[in-house]
Design a protein around this ligand. Structure first.
Ligand code: F6P
Length: 338
């Protein structure tokens, strides 16, 4: 069998471990041929491919980013959504000209939706969930998330000493366009006093009262963790908006930090390496068994798989009854609405 692997969407630590997991299992356990498709779905159209061997897959386990390159794929998505049958034919032809028996697509929500559409077109595909945001529906966790939480927690840890020395309020903005998972996990692990998530929204009065109350209680500083995706009434970065409002409305000196792409870069954590390795191995098993149209997933303690059609177009979001939210609330941490 000949298997193609591509990576699409924003990168995440653990992609290379996953490519290695799929590739080495396919080659060494099943005797398959494996090719890497470069720069996402457009590499499929342009047949921009590279042969992957046991040797070329060595030495990449601990590397961040993706050895195959990735892209946001607007033009491919336009083609696949096109009503013109010719566009879809072009995609099918590229798949068949490469003589693929299966295409493994490693990516986030957008990628899983595109992969599901390829399955509907009759192509043999397997999706592998990937994003630091941890918001792919149908899996309990995505690789990249653990690494990002470690980096974000370290950043919050470091803010404590400078915040306390200067008696300031520190606002840190963390990634999560739709979902506040990184902010919730790193905020709780880093001891943030206020955690603001897109899913829960906020009431500025509650935020201001919480900070004033902390100062009244003699607490010299406060840490506010905010997810980038929270809706605010201006176009600026949420960290800048909240820092300004807090300083103006409380009179306390406030500074902002936008952690940005550092959360996505660098070497994956051991957890993410092993998760990618296991998901990759499971993808190879499905191909060997001739099972397609599925997304591999971690469900509870099991490595499993779910139909792509059930995943496509959905998001996995934080809810108010999440264990960490409930426990944080019981301890007096503010989530912006209480
Ligand atoms: O990888 C997910 C994510 O980090 C989001 O949190 C963020 O909004 C987005 O990617 C930004 O990435 P890019 O600039 O590559 O589109």
């Amino acid at each position: 069998m000949k298997v193609g692997i591509l990576t699409s969407g924003g990168d995440a630590p653990g992609i290379n471990a996953t490519i290695r997991g799929v590739g080495k299992t396919a080659i060494n356990n099943y005797g398959m041929q494996v090719i890497g498709i470069q720069n996402g779905f457009s590499g499929l159209l342009y047949k921009d491919v590279v042969e992957l061997t046991d040797q070329s897959l060595s030495g990449i386990l601990n590397l961040g980013g993706t050895i195959l390159g990735t892209a946001r794929e607007k033009s491919f998505r336009k083609m696949i959504n096109s009503l013109d049958e010719k566009d879809r034919e072009q995609i099918k032809n590229a798949y068949h000209e490469l003589e693929l028996d299966c295409l493994v697509c490693i990516g986030g929500n957008g990628t899983q939706r595109t992969t599901s559409m390829l399955a509907d077109m009759g192509l043999n595909v397997i999706g592998v969930p990937k994003t630091i945001d941890n918001d792919v529906y149908g899996t309990d966790v995505t690789f990249g998330f653990d690494t990002a939480v470690n980096i974000a927690t370290d950043a919050i840890d470091r803010l404590h000493s400078t915040a306390s020395s200067h008696r300031r309020v520190m606002v840190i903005e963390l990634m999560g366009h739709h979902a506040g998972w990184i902010t919730l996990y790193a905020g709780m692990a880093g001891g943030a006093d206020i955690i603001l998530l897109p899913e829960l929204g906020y009431n500025m009065k509650v935020v201001i009262e919480k900070i004033k109350k902390r100062m009244e209680l003699g607490k010299a500083y406060s840490i506010v963790a905010v997810a980038e995706g929270i809706e605010i009434p201006s176009k600026e970065k949420p960290a800048i908006y909240f820092a300004r409002e807090i300083q103006e409305q409380t009179g306390f000196e406030t500074r902002e930090t936008v952690l940005g792409y550092i959360q996505r870069g660098g070497s994956p954590s051991p957890y993410d390496r092993n998760l990618g390795t296991l998901l990759g191995g499971h993808a190879a098993d499905l191909i060997h068994r001739g099972i397609f149209g599925r997304m591999v997933a971690k469900l509870g303690s099991e490595i499993s798989d779910v139909p792509l059609s059930e995943v496509a177009g959905k998001l996995r979001l934080v809810t108010a009854d999440n264990d960490l939210v409930v426990q944080g609330k019981r301890m007096g941490i503010s989530f912006g609405i209480w």
